[in-house]
Design a protein around this ligand. Structure first.
Ligand SMILES: NC(=O)c1ccc[n+]([C@@H]2O[C@H](COP(=O)([O-])OP(=O)(O)OC[C@H]3O[C@@H](n4cnc5c(N)ncnc54)[C@H](O)[C@@H]3O)[C@@H](O)[C@H]2O)c1
Length: 309
């Protein structure tokens, strides 16, 4: 029996994620949006590719949360995206309102699910999801590092002319300008990046990663990234549904790990059927820990702005 995954928000990220999941064949998908006809139309369009792509899973569209009932994973992509010149934090108030309404319905109809948060600003929305759902923290995880690390990996692969699968990149911290890239922990066929590239080149690649989302927004002008984000989301959802126990960079609510309490931040997380099965503590130097701590302090400010502290 395939698992049941619901995706709230049938926009670019939500619909592309639905396509990736059903094509991989590990879950049936229910796609929900407030706009009538949108999730139904996109779901039907994806479903009609089944005879060509040859998948047996199903995707259905709805405007009614009843159809999402009993989902094992619920992915939240509802909300506004960044327009050119906008920061992720400027989305805070608008998306906080949307996400708190969505989470109440998700918790009502799928009380045992794992929530996979995607809406921005990601870390603040993940914190809000924990509070609004009243789920234990292991059942609410955010997608950030999977995307940021994929971007860094892409840039390293191009720079060194190596296949992307040879690269293990780790981007931690906030999903935004305060993300924490630790080049020492990023390896190419097991060799640390710091032994392969000059500091100047590393700095250039890190800078491009930090502004990776903005680069796409500026090019598109009328939308933000969704192909790479949906790849990161589908990877995380698969690790959960298939109980892979894979360690990926994810946003999680910390309770003392890395010296951080009561803030959501990107850290290495072992993902399995239980959601966050372990927060993996890398051996960081004092300076690296400080970067992560400072990044978390920035998120606490957003949490305060939402009136949650
Ligand atoms: N975490 C990440 O790394 C990451 C990456 C990309 C995008 N995002 C975020 O994901 C979100 C979606 O991006 P997108 O490009 O798909 O935007 P989009 O505008 O294409 O889609 C958003 C969808 O949400 C729907 N929606 C709005 N309010 C709703 C509600 N109350 N209930 C249900 N659906 C609702 C809209 O009708 C729309 O279809 C944005 O907040 C964006 O910033 C996060």
């Amino acid at each position: 029996m395939p698992a049941k995954i619901s995706i709230i928000g049938a926009g670019n990220v939500g619909a592309t994620t639905a396509q990736r999941i059903v094509e991989r064949g590990y879950a049936d998908v229910v796609l929900l949006d407030i706009v009538e006809g949108l999730p139904q139309g996109k779901a039907l369009d994806i479903q009609e590719s089944a005879p060509v792509i040859n998948f047996k899973t199903t995707v259905t569209g709805t405007n009614d949360y009843k159809d999402t009932a009993g989902s094992g994973v619920v992915i939240i992509t509802a909300g506004l995206f960044r327009k050119p010149g906008m920061t992720r934090d400027q989305l805070l108030a608008a998306n906080a309102e949307i996400v708190s309404g969505v989470i109440k319905n998700v918790a009502k109809y799928s009380p045992e699910c794992i929530i996979l948060m995607v809406s921005n600003p990601l870390d603040a929305m993940t914190y809000l999801a924990v509070k609004a759902s009243q789920f234990p923290r292991n059942r609410v995880v955010g997608m950030s590092g999977a995307l940021d690390s994929a971007r860094l990996g892409t840039f390293i692969a191009a720079e060194l002319k190596v296949p992307p699968e040879d690269i293990s990149a780790w981007v931690l911290g906030a999903h935004g300008l305060n993300m924490v890239v630790i080049p020492r922990l990023t390896t190419v066929r097991g060799k640390p990046l710091t032994e392969l590239l000059s500091q100047e080149t590393i700095d250039k690649l890190v800078e491009r990663t930090i502004h990776g989302g903005r680069e796409i927004v500026d090019l598109l002008k009328v939308g933000s990234a969704f192909y790479a984000p949906s790849a990161g989301i589908a990877h995380m959802a698969e690790a959960i549904v298939r109980d892979k126990k894979e360690t990926l960079p994810c946003a999680a609510l910390l309770d003392g790990e890395y010296g951080i309490k009561d803030s959501v931040i990107g850290v290495p997380v072992k993902l399995g059927r239980g959601g966050i099965e372990q927060i993996v503590e890398f051996d960081l130097s004092a300076a690296e820990k400080q970067l992560l701590y400072d990044s978390a302090e920035g998120i606490k400010a957003s949490i305060k702005q939402m009136g949650l502290k």
